[in-house]
Design a protein around this ligand. Structure first.
Ligand SMILES: Cc1cc2nc3c(=O)[nH]c(=O)nc-3n(C[C@H](O)[C@H](O)[C@H](O)COP(=O)(O)OP(=O)(O)OC[C@H]3O[C@@H](n4cnc5c(N)ncnc54)[C@H](O)[C@@H]3O)c2cc1C
Length: 250
């Protein structure tokens, strides 16, 4: 949805200080912003002040030295659509460096909501059928509860509608499709991918982690260079840091 940019205005600041940054022509705007922000700490711009090395070497050094607060200066916004409420319930537990705007079940009627089967369930037609029947029934109860006028007499229409939706949504399952816009910085995203990308039994989380990493890598390859993608025996991807094993329990 939206990516970091890096304006050329920094040159005015550096010129005024008599500094001449040797920029890496291969760096992306996000990577330039990270490097610039890191170098500001010591005004380490220019010959004699910049240790030899590329932008990616510099960012790797920031990360390995634990100076990864510098990665907080670059952030991205994503629309995550076609995800379930169970996924977003876990997602919004991430408190630091994340912002969320999610489809409301109080202000938005969910009569037409889709229910998304857990990845792989369709491979078992009998279980899938039982799952389908269960969510169809819940969808039908949702609509009945929404249509009911019980308990709302005397309320302004707007509040009555909100109450009916609140009552009705209580039966919506975790499988209910939702959409959420997230904005997160590189440090927070790295932490998210680290703790969430390789939980073997959490396939939807792994799929989203993989999708996020696929979008992030071209944006700031150096900031995500220590993540690898594996395809597991279940056929779904897994994202993990190279220094981290696969998580099979918390
Ligand atoms: C495999 C797995 C199983 C889980 N199971 C459960 C479960 O059964 N029940 C459950 O409730 N949750 C569960 N969670 C969620 C987990 O407890 C965290 O709430 C969630 O992963 C967010 O992680 P976080 O706090 O590291 O991230 P963020 O909230 O984004 O925080 C990032 C980092 O900031 C620092 N930080 C944030 N807040 C504080 C603070 N208050 N004090 C000090 N440092 C802070 C920490 O270093 C933290 O790692 C599970 C998560 C995983 C990955």
């Amino acid at each position: 949805l939206s990516s970091p940019t890096f304006s050329e205005e920094h040159t005015q600041f550096l010129e005024a200080k008599g500094l001449d940054w040797i920029e890496d022509a291969n760096a992306t705007p996000a990577e330039k912003l990270i490097e610039f922000s890191g170098r500001i700490c010591y005004l380490s711009f220019g010959k004699g002040r910049q240790a030899p090395g590329s932008n990616s070497d510099y960012i790797r050094k920031l990360i390995t030295h634990g100076h990864d607060s510098v990665l907080e200066h670059v952030s991205w916004s994503f629309l995550l659509a076609g995800v379930t409420r169970s996924f977003t319930h876990q997602l919004v537990r991430h408190r630091i460096g994340f912002s969320f705007s999610q489809l409301s079940q109080q202000y938005h009627e969910e009569s037409d909501a889709q229910f998304l089967p857990p990845p792989g369930l369709e491979d078992d037609p009998v279980l899938f059928q039982r799952w389908q029947e269960a969510v169809d029934r819940l969808g039908s109860v949702y609509r009945d509860l929404l249509d009911s006028t019980s308990g709302v007499s005397g309320m302004p229409d707007r509040e009555a509608l909100r109450l009916r939706r609140s009552i009705a949504r209580s039966v919506l399952p975790n499988a209910t499709e939702t959409a959420v816009v997230i904005t997160a910085n590189a440090r927070a995203l790295r932490h998210f991918l680290d703790v969430r990308g390789s939980v073997l039994g959490d396939v939807e989380m792994r799929i989203v982690s993989h999708a996020l990493l696929s979008r992030l890598r071209p944006e700031a390859p150096a900031a995500f260079a220590d993540f690898v993608v594996d395809t597991m025996s279940d056929g779904w991807p897994l994202v993990r840091k190279t220094d981290r094993g696969i998580r099979d329990e918390p």
